[in-house]
Write a protein that binds this ligand. Structure first.
Ligand SMILES: CC(=O)N[C@H]1[C@@H](OP(=O)(O)OP(=O)(O)OC[C@H]2O[C@@H](n3ccc(=O)[nH]c3=O)[C@H](O)[C@@H]2O)O[C@H](CO)[C@@H](O)[C@@H]1O
Ligand SMILES: C=C(OP(=O)(O)O)C(=O)O
Length: 430
């Protein structure tokens, strides 16, 4: 098991390039299952643990994959007859495995996927996904830890209103509808940039999706889809994490490949705190100096403030002047990192769905453990600003969503290293 050791106090300076987006590549790889002809070539595929997991899921469904991590490219051939079952070992590792259900159901008329259950950030049901499949004419059954969807003939286009603009439900219904008979309309659809990326890829495959990025999407089903070449959009959460890294260290960092239009809420909130953000030729330039102002934030579906930036923003808000409130409305239980921040001397309390911070906290280095992917990044960010040494454990969370995080921070001047626990134990003794 690895540990990241960070010594606080260095101001970050320089340039960092963000990778392709995890939350775009996962649904797009599931979407690649739709192509019964030809190969898909995906570019800007990030070298993440989650990408390896979804690759294993696709292989288990009888798909051939060639992955070239050194050039961030993946070639997918889903033209063979697909198998219909996604096993628990994959869904347990990564909830996004559920996204194969729509494409497999559309191609085979049957899909059997292990139930994902909850995870570290909440219960995360899939009722809205299933409601969509049902409206398109399939029967849903549960048994032995699996959910099954079955239809006779092709799925039928339908009008589906989502009770909440769920990202995963919008994606699963969109891919199922791409091969359905007739037109599907999704109302109250999710509007995240990753939804638009998936819609673009389906259209490149020969599909007919309009309205992605708005509340109402219209998908006209086609009889078959072909493999296509597609560039994955840049990761707005990785970009945002480096923006906070620059701000929390009073640094001066250019984030290459960042798309400001995907990050309007985050940019506004950082500016409200007093962070200077400029669009430059290469991307975004972030500069900050203390004191930063405390603000209030509420997470919301896009274009609201993203829940995937909540914990990183909490690190920064802890260091700001005055009282700040962070309210989580997307997930029911995404404050597990608060206890870890307390170990670092953070003055913070949870009240219902809000966290109240009395700033500035004088953060101190401590040994902490990541509770989920973004919490891992947030604890490292807090370590960059803390007095002394912070050791962050359970880095398998971090590896799901960040490529070479510590190396990128070190290249910007952070005093940071990653060691295996055996080395870490020796370190602790000296
Ligand atoms: C791989 C991927 O892209 N993951 C992202 C995706 O997750 P994911 O697609 O799981 O997120 P959703 O938008 O579906 O979930 C948001 C909320 O809706 C609830 N819900 C969802 C579906 C459903 O059928 N019923 C239901 O009640 C969930 O429990 C949660 O409280 O969007 C989240 C919200 O932006 C991000 O935090 C995740 O990083
Ligand atoms: C919650 C996240 O991802 P997932 O939906 O894959 O768990 C995330 O990317 O922060």
């Amino acid at each position: 098991m690895d540990q990241i050791i960070v010594k606080g106090g260095q101001k970050l300076k320089g340039k960092v390039r963000v990778e392709g987006a995890k939350n775009a590549v996962l649904p797009i790889l599931a979407g690649a299952l739709l192509a019964s002809n030809g190969k898909s070539i995906l570019k800007e595929v990030p070298n993440l643990a989650d990408v390896y997991t979804i690759q294993e899921v696709l292989k288990s469904l009888n798909v051939s994959i060639d992955y070239f991590p050194e050039k961030n490219e993946m070639v997918i051939d889903a033209s063979q007859t697909l198998s219909s079952e996604a096993q628990f070992e994959y869904v347990r590792k990564m909830r996004a495995s559920i996204l194969v259900m729509g494409p497999v159901l559309a191609r085979n008329g049957f899909a059997r996927v292990a139930l994902p259950g909850g995870c570290a950030i909440g219960s995360r049901p899939i009722d809205q996904h299933l409601k969509g499949f049902e409206a398109m004419g399939s029967q849903i059954t549960f048994g032995n830890g699996f959910v099954e969807a079955k239809t006779t003939g092709r799925l039928r286009g339908a009008k589906i209103y989502l009770d909440f603009p769920s990202v995963g439900a919008t994606e699963n219904i969109m891919t199922a509808a791409a091969l359905a008979d007739g037109v599907t309309v999704i109302e109250n659809a999710a509007k995240e940039p990753e939804i638009v990326d998936l819609a673009n890829y389906i259209n490149e495959m020969g599909g007919r999706v309009v309205g992605a990025g708005t509340d109402t999407m219209r998908i006209e089903g086609v009889k078959e889809l072909n493999g296509a070449e597609h560039y994955i959009i840049p990761d707005r959460v990785e970009a945002g994490t480096f923006m906070v890294a620059a701000a929390i260290t009073e640094g001066d960092v250019i984030i290459e490949n960042a798309v400001p239009e995907h990050m309007a809420a985050l940019i506004s909130k950082l500016e409200e705190m007093g962070v200077d953000i400029q669009e430059v030729e290469e991307g975004l330039r972030i500069r900050a100096s203390r004191p930063l102002r405390s603000i209030d934030i509420k997470t919301m579906p896009h274009p609201g403030f993203p829940t995937d930036m909540q914990s990183q923003m909490m690190s920064l808000m802890l260091t700001a002047q005055g009282n700040g409130i962070l309210t989580e409305t997307v997930f029911e239980n995404r404050f597990m990192h608060v206890e870890e921040f307390r170990r670092m001397n953070a003055s913070v309390k949870i009240e219902g769905r809000s966290v109240i911070m009395e700033g500035p906290s004088k953060l101190q280095g401590a040994e902490v453990s990541a509770t989920d992917l973004r919490a891992a990044a947030a604890l490292i960010l807090a370590g960059l600003a803390a007095e002394g040494i912070t050791r962050v454990n359970k880095l398998y969370h971090l590896d799901r969503g960040y490529v070479n995080f510590h190396k990128k921070l070190a290249a910007l001047g952070a005093d940071i290293e990653r060691v295996t626990t055996e080395e870490a134990k020796v370190e602790q003794l000296v």
